[in-house]
Design a protein around this ligand. Structure first.
Ligand code: ADP
Ligand code: MG
Length: 394
């Protein structure tokens, strides 16, 4: 689950990570008031504040979603231009995202921008810290053209966070003298926040050094492991329905793993591995999957019905590929769910159904007696070819 920058900063503050004061604003008026609260006065140079689009995507600065305001009136007009804008950055895809709110934050006097993140490093089986001296808005280019400027430091679960980790990173970042211990304190707090909130990513870009030698997190990208949300109440309450695909919300309500994709072939599969293989085989046959959907090993008829309805409700779907291996799952349960969903929603697209495993004969019988136009298939290659052809109208 992704958090907004302002939410991440609320959590980080609780762990003692230095962040600047700020206020969330849904309207230009609120942004103006926030600027006043941050000490800005019209007509007087009393400092600056920053108006920042709150969306689940980075690259906002370059996309015009981060603006420096010198007065409450300026904060008003920047908020007016940012709220309601369609923000397009390399992380949003070409269609962009609608900005509904901004974070108005105190302005920092930046001496240097560093990059510092912590990730769950699946390859090494530990948490890794990633750091660079070249933080800020060009980090993607640094990663691509000068990877030697980026340090990856594994922090094993056995050792946990140790002082030497921060000394190593500080050295790589060129941080020296009394600044090292200040940096270490921030780094350690970030590590504690990462572990304490079950993050899979915590990215601070930039972590800045101010003119008076303080380290402050100016940006925060935080992602919480969905499987830990049951014990991460604060993060769970930060769930922002504006930012999540409606179908994914519905799917999680009924306990189905669903990810919306760009293609037009809906896939209903049991088991994540088979779901991945199904997407691959659809692509190999020349088609594009409209979703990843795993109904799980022991889905009920109701869950299967909901899953099939989710697929059919997607206007982009021009055909459905049901690919089930009945192990714990029984093929007749799948068939009943498909039939039930089709009773409720008119089936207007071709469906190819490949069933194998427990109760396969019963499942096939139910489908063939249902009167629904379902194209049966026995193996995956054949099924993928059939659905791609059917979608193309051949
Ligand atoms: P994004 O990564 O989405 O572009 P950031 O929060 O990193 O957004 O902001 C982009 C840039 O704007 C930062 O690299 C920094 O230079 C500047 N910036 C962000 N917040 C502040 C702030 N509070 N004070 C001063 N400058 C800021
Ligand atoms: Mg940033």
């Amino acid at each position: 689950m992704n958090l907004h920058e302002y939410q991440g900063k609320i959590i980080l503050k609780g762990y003692g990570v230095p962040v600047l004061p700020g206020f969330l604003a849904y309207t230009p008026r609120e942004a103006q008031k926030a600027a006043v609260n941050l000490g800005l006065v019209n007509g007087k140079s009393t400092g600056v504040c920053v108006v920042k689009a709150q969306v689940h995507a980075g690259g906002r600065g370059k996309a015009g979603g981060v603006k420096l305001a010198k007065s409450p009136d300026e904060a008003f007009s920047y908020a007016k231009s940012i709220i309601g804008m369609n923000l397009v950055s390399p992380q949003t895809g070409p269609e962009g995202v609608l900005v509904k709110k901004v974070y108005v934050e105190g302005g920092a006097n930046i001496k240097h921008e560093y990059y510092l993140s912590l990730i769950v490093d699946r390859q090494r089986g530990c948490i890794s810290a990633i750091a660079s001296k070249e933080g800020g808005m060009e980090i993607e280019e640094v990663a691509e053209h000068s990877p030697e400027k980026i340090l990856t430091l594994p922090i094993t679960l056995e050792s946990g966070f140790q002082e030497y980790h921060s000394r190593l990173v500080a050295k790589f970042l060129g941080i020296e003298g009394p600044l090292v211990s200040k940096f270490s304190k921030v780094f350690k707090s970030l590590y504690n926040a990462f572990k304490g909130t079950d993050c899979d990513l915590l990215e601070i870009n930039p972590l800045i050094q101010t003119a008076d030698g303080e380290f402050i997190c100016l940006d925060a990208k935080m992602s919480i492991d969905d499987n830990a949300l049951f014990r991460q109440r604060q993060a769970f309450n930060f769930l922002d329905y504006d930012e999540i695909d409606e179908r994914e919300i519905r799917a999680s309500e009924v306990g189905i793993n669903y990810v919306a994709l760009d293609g037009n072939i809906g896939c209903m599969v049991n088991g994540a591995g088979l779901a991945m293989a199904t997407m691959d085989i659809v692509k190999q046959a020349g088609g594009e999957p409209a979703n990843f959907l795993d109904v799980g090993g022991g889905a009920t008829k109701e869950q299967v019905t909901e899953a099939f309805k989710l697929i059919l409700k997607d206007a982009a779907v021009k055909g459905v590929f049901v690919n089930i291996f009945g192990g714990i799952m029984k093929c007749d349960v799948i068939a009943s769910g498909v039939i039930e969903a089709c009773k409720e929603l008119k089936l207007e697209v071709p469906v190819v159904c490949r069933l194998q495993g427990t109760n396969v004969e019963l499942g096939k019988k139910l489908l063939s007696e249902s009167g629904l136009k379902i194209i049966p298939a026995d193996d995956m290659d054949e099924a993928a070819d059939a659905i791609v052809k059917a979608v193309r109208g051949k």
